[in-house]
Design a protein around this ligand. Structure first.
Ligand SMILES: [Zn+2]
Length: 283
């Protein structure tokens, strides 16, 4: 099983995770820029973070045979902090980098006017830089958040096929599946979406325009839930080809729209190299 996790925050994970992921078949990841828990107080913390997403982290992933790309954005939560607003001015520089394959995570946290504005500005940046967009949907008041996100996406003029609405569930998928946007699902250990629930959704909505991710970060999460979902699909009667489509070809198609997805030799169907030690730059 070859796996591309289209949304995972490896900065928050250990090298043990890279080892386990590589052993489970994860060969490529996309790491969206997000909220780090501790509020950032100025633009410099963001640029250091973005640099690490396109520099250090791909290097670290490469030690385990995992290909790493990133998305950059001012995340919805910090869009509310005026100290973070100047991040919007440095984004164009990052949106031109080779390893950046989308604008994200953007969207809503608490649905404030500040979030409205920052969301719209960043969708315009996606259009201007010819990049797809990764839209985070809020964990509270989700249905209203999805409706409002779809309205902002429609207003922006971005082509729906270049947008994924992430963290969907059984209720919100209904709102998105006819819009032409991609359907993103984050599989969590004990809340929200689980592998068996995901399989039920795939039975109803099919495998087209569906992205399945672990969204693993510094919270309770599990980077191997992509693999668990693939196994649950097989048990439910989906074919190897269906699994390959959902866990590999779909993310390749979605982020491939950036023109920057570079999978090198991890694309081959056979087993891939998984090292067991990590080089430390400069030591
Ligand atoms: Zn995330």
């Amino acid at each position: 099983m070859r796996i591309f996790d289209p949304h995972i925050h490896m900065t928050s994970r250990t090298t043990d995770d890279y080892e386990r992921m590589a052993a489970a078949g994860v060969r490529a990841v996309v790491e969206p820029a997000f909220w780090l828990g501790q509020p950032r107080t100025g633009v410099g913390s963001f640029t250091d973070y973005f640099d690490s997403l396109i520099g250090w982290e791909p290097f670290r992933a490469g030690q385990f045979g995992v290909r790493h790309h990133a998305t950059v954005a001012l995340n919805p939560k910090e869009a509310n902090d005026p100290r973070c607003r100047p991040v919007l001015e440095v984004l164009p520089r990052y949106l031109e980098k080779d390893g950046v394959v989308a604008v994200g995570e953007i969207g809503y946290d608490s649905m404030t006017p500040e979030e409205d504005e920052v969301f719209a500005v960043q969708l315009a940046l996606a259009v201007a830089h010819d990049l797809p967009a990764l839209v985070h949907t809020p964990h509270r008041d989700k249905a209203r958040g999805v409706e409002r996100s779809l309205a902002v996406v429609a207003e922006s003029g971005i082509e729906p096929g270049r947008v994924v609405l992430d963290h969907l569930n059984e209720v919100t998928v209904e709102l998105v599946h006819d819009t032409g946007c991609w359907l993103g699902f984050s599989i969590y250990p004990d809340t929200k979406m689980s592998p068996p629930r995901m399989v039920e959704l795939l039975k109803v909505y099919g495998t087209e325009r569906v992205l399945v991710n672990s969204a693993a970060d510094w919270g309770r999460s599990d980077p191997l839930l992509t693999r668990a979902t693939g196994e649950a699909m097989l048990l439910a009667g989906f074919t190897d080809d269906d699994v390959d489509r959902v866990l590999w070809r779909n993310p390749v198609e979605f982020y491939g729209q950036s023109g920057r997805l570079d999978l090198g030799d991890v694309d081959a169907p056979g087993p891939t190299f998984a090292g067991n030690s990590i080089l430390r730059g400069g030591s």
